[in-house]
Design a protein around this ligand. Structure first.
Ligand code: PEP
Length: 246
């Protein structure tokens, strides 16, 4: 099976009514390669605006809570996203893990809940610089994957985003070889711990300072099935990154 190239744009906590309109207009008028799955994750407040105006892709939330409803002030649920027609959610982003202290177990609980409700999940994993320098990259990402594998058996609605923490928003991008190595290891892990089908079919996308200049070479790697893009998704070059699809 060929894996459809996937490009996600994570706007993080950026935007305004005017900026959202400019960004969506830019994407709607850009010349984009056919056959790429594009998913934009605006701040939750702007989801309806993006949903009603974006022609070139789908919309994701940047997070959910693990429960359906109730006394969880400030949170939104998977059910609410489904209710307003959102299909995707990003879970486990390094900022959720490191700024907000989300654990592997909480992220796994959220993933199980989101998938159960019928959302698709962009599941982020990745090591810190300290962990990479201590040769713990695979140990860390396998642990992050295992937490989800313990509670989820069907990976067909999961896109894995390998995002080394040291490369997110830093301008330090993993080399194509570094990205390919980890993506390959993740695919082997899927084969051994989920199924050969999951290894073959699951998209593994790279994130971490992807831009128009580095996307072509990273995107050419055998186990890189697309990108999750932060900073550059707020710029016109996001169209070039979509067009780097192999
Ligand atoms: C991200 O937020 O997922 C990300 C990869 O950010 P950036 O592209 O800015 O490094």
């Amino acid at each position: 099976m060929t894996r459809t190239f996937f490009v996600g744009g994570n706007w993080k906590m950026n935007g305004s009514v005017a900026a959202v309109s400019t960004l969506v207009d830019g994407l709607n008028t850009a010349s984009l390669k056919q056959g790429v799955e594009v998913v934009i994750a605006p701040p939750a407040l702007y989801i309806p605006a993006v949903q009603s105006s974006l022609k070139a892709g789908h919309v994701a939330a940047q997070n959910i809570y693990s429960e359906s409803k109730g006394a969880f002030t400030g949170e939104i649920s998977a059910e609410m996203l489904k209710d307003v027609g959102v299909q995707w959610v990003i879970l486990g982003h390094s900022e959720r893990r490191h700024v907000f202290g989300e654990t592997d177990e909480l992220i796994a609980k959220k993933a199980k809940h989101a998938l159960g409700v019928g959302l698709k999940v962009i599941f982020c994993i990745g090591e810190t610089l300290q962990e990479r320098e201590a040769n713990k990259t695979t140990e860390v990402v396998f642990h992050q994957l295992s937490a989800v594998a313990q509670v989820v058996s069907d990976w067909s609605n999961i896109v894995i985003a390998y995002e080394p923490v040291w490369a997110i928003g830093t301008g330090k991008v993993a080399t194509p070889v570094q990205a390919q190595e980890v993506h390959h290891d993740i695919r082997v892990w899927l084969k051994d711990h989920v199924s050969p089908q999951a290894a073959e079919n699951t998209r593994i996308v790279y994130g971490g300072s992807v831009n128009a200049g580095n996307c072509q070479e990273i995107g050419r790697q055998a186990d890189v099935d697309g990108f999750l893009v932060g900073g550059a998704s707020l710029k016109p070059e996001f169209a070039d990154i979509i067009n780097a699809a192999q």
